[in-house]
Design a binder for this molecule. Sequence first.
Ligand code: PEP
Ligand code: MN
Length: 335
Amino acid sequence: MVAILKPGVTDAQIESLVRWFCAKGVETHVSKGKYQTIIGLIGDTSKIDTDLLEGLDIIESAKRVTEPFKSANRKFHPEDSTVKVCEGVAFGGGAFSIIAGPCSVESSEQIISVAEGVKAGGADALRGGAFKPRTSPYDFQGLRGEGIELLLQAKEKTGLPIVTEIMDAQHLELFENVDVIQVGARNMQNFELLKELGKTDKPILLKRGLANTLKELLMSAEYIMAGGNEKVILCERGIRTFETYTRNTLDLAAVPMLKELSHLPVVVDPSHATGRARLVGPMALAACAAGADGIMIEVHNDPENALCDGAQSLTPSQFADLCAQIRKVREAIAE
Ligand code: PEP
Ligand code: MN
């Protein structure tokens, strides 16, 4: 971190600032120019707040030259991380997996039928919301604990590992046999939840918030990793922009950018990103070409009557066609 001081700062003021930095446990390097003095800070500057520094009378600006995320940072972990879910299903470090299933678990018949459909089509894991974060309290809120039970039945029937969203750490017990715990966009910065998930050893699918930067996404990953759980899978699911034809705007540059900044695997969810079934295929293929380590797609046996997100859901047969195309793109980029 560097702090650029305002012109005319006295030696006594500089000394007092240096003492304050030392007390915070960082070393300083003071460079006095003719017009400006710059203080370089060396060591762990994560506890120093740049906004606080910029609020001081004698500081013109303060900038971090290294990122505040450490565990997620590729600089300290140059190789890609692979997050293994179960035998044969992993993300990152060359491993690619497809997660598919309905937005929400609606009934036993529905989830078993979709699970069998997506398995036949090429899915590696089954998704399905049991606890649903809905904008309106009057919309279907999910089957909650019963939804998880139904997912477990579908897992038993098909052998597919299951991915489902947690909204409250108090529900953790219910997730004991869940293979991947999802943190949805709305909870990306629920820091208490992230801390609790950091104490588990389950893979966590961390979705980017609707209006969050990549740095904020990585800082949220850091919360989980700082607690000891390194199994974090990042998920780009579109961000809110001024565009209204699509539900969100898929930020595909996030894929190579996150992979440059971090060793963690990156998955793309083109369903929530676009909100329209016909756009899901093209964006899934583009995400693969951009280097995604996995794709998550909403699939429903009867999209027109889905309780949630029918407009963006593929049928099992559309999903199977898309999986075949994904394989072709993956082969093409591997050449
Ligand atoms: C979901 O994947 O079910 C979901 C609610 O997505 P998001 O949190 O990205 O909106
Ligand atoms: Mn959904």
